[in-house]
Design a protein around this ligand. Sequence first.
Ligand SMILES: [Zn+2]
Length: 175
Amino acid sequence: MAVREIRKLKDELLYKRSREVEIIDDKIKEISEDMIDTLYKYDGIGLAACQVGVLKRIVVYDIEYIKEGGVRTPKILINPVITKSSKQMVTTEEGCLSFPDLFGCVDRHEKITVEATNIKGNKITINAKDIESVVLQHELDHLDGKVFVDIAYDTYVGEKEDNTKDKKKNKKVKK
Ligand SMILES: [Zn+2]
């Protein structure tokens, strides 16, 4: 197990479509474990394989650990697909390990259903709402080479929760 380097900003792998995992072999298991190590190392909530330089449809996430007193409950999704989305939208301030210190508002579906394969090769269905739904939409976008900065608004550079920075300056940084 190892922490991997996170691809950032203009790294071309962030803008490419990731390929389906065909066989869950030792290599896929190792990548997934490394992704989990990397997720915790950098205090992330979710991470897609392309962010560590692997163009495979693998996502890891943990929405429990960031809560106060939260325990580690990492989840690994292989070849996840959104099969249902609520009409109801929710707006959340998002950030991304590939865009350090950049935050912005994104509109996402409040609830989604995701079908995926787990690391044991079993089919699983996740009915996600609120933060889990937002995280999964963010990570699944990564698998299609999409990044949140392209759909975010009111973006700013700085510490999370600190949106007092000059907006004009932030727009410049965004480009
Ligand atoms: Zn991201």
